[in-house]
Design a protein around this ligand. Structure first.
Ligand code: ADE
Length: 254
């Protein structure tokens, strides 16, 4: 694992936000997730089935697609899968299992391949994130993001800037940049998904549930693991409320 420059995420606004275009319902939703523990509660909630023929992605990649129909929406959940080389060791040096393909490289590749294959109307990147105890003013000097004011009002969600880097820990150099950009949460995939969604002009939203603080005294990894299961349940509830909200919502296409 290494630390990279944090990047502040901007979701792609719809092509024709001015409102002159055709209107059609959102039909295909692509949910991109990096950890199995984050993915499974949603697979269960939406009663999704695993794509076993695996023809969607090139042979040999670990990416897993689950799909199904929920409230007339075609829901596709793509999990980046387990890395084929990296493994986790127990305290006693035994190999435990493959580790989830976390981070920006897998997230960008899976986003690209899934958008090409599925042509989604909307991407939801869902996952856990680190939060800050210190809560600076946010929303200043930001890039334009995909705006969802009604959804946020309805579901009572907090809006903030997300910073992405390939490390769970936060180096002092990263901290300076994160705070200078007024980011309030930190993850390991959001900016990569936003980058690809932007390139391919697909609107994307980012739903992050906080497992740990990154600027406190506690060990980030310990706090993350302690809260992971409970936070993933909350994450699944929120994502399903968001999907309930968008079922039947119209998008404007230019
Ligand atoms: N996901 C959960 N906690 C995180 C952290 N501290 N940094 C990056 N991603 C996270």
């Amino acid at each position: 694992e290494w630390s990279s420059q944090p990047e502040v995420t901007a979701a792609h606004p719809p092509k024709n936000a001015a409102g002159d275009g055709d209107r059609r319902p959102i039909s295909t939703v692509l949910i991109i997730i990096a950890m199995q523990t984050e993915a499974l509660p949603l697979v269960n909630k939406f009663h999704l089935s695993e794509d076993i023929d695996g023809s969607l992605f090139p042979k040999g990649v670990p990416w897993v697609r689950y799909h199904g129909i929920y409230k007339e929406l075609h829901i596709n959940l793509v999990w980046t899968g387990k890395d084929s080389i990296l493994v986790e060791f127990s305290k006693f040096g035994c190999v435990l299992a493959g580790v989830d393909s976390i981070g920006t490289i897998s997230a960008s590749l899976v986003s690209y391949a899934s958008i090409q294959a599925l042509k989604p109307d909307l991407i939801i990147n869902a996952g856990t994130a680190g939060g800050f105890k210190v809560n600076y003013l946010y929303g200043i000097g930001a890039r334009q993001t995909f705006s969802t004011p009604n959804l946020i009002d309805e579901l009572n969600l907090k809006v903030g800037k997300l910073s992405t880097g390939d490390s769970l820990d936060m180096s002092p150099q990263d901290e300076v940049l994160i705070l200078a950009n007024d980011a309030v949460v930190k993850d390991m995939e959001g900016a990569a998904v936003a980058y690809v969604a932007d390139l391919l002009s697909v609107p994307a939203i980012f739903i992050k549930a906080v497992t740990n603080t990154v600027d406190g005294q506690k060990s980030i990894a310990e706090e993350f693991l302690q809260n992971l299961i409970a936070v993933c349940t909350t994450l699944a509830q929120t994502v399903s409320q968001v999907v309930d909200f968008i079922s039947g919502v119209y998008q404007i296409i230019g």
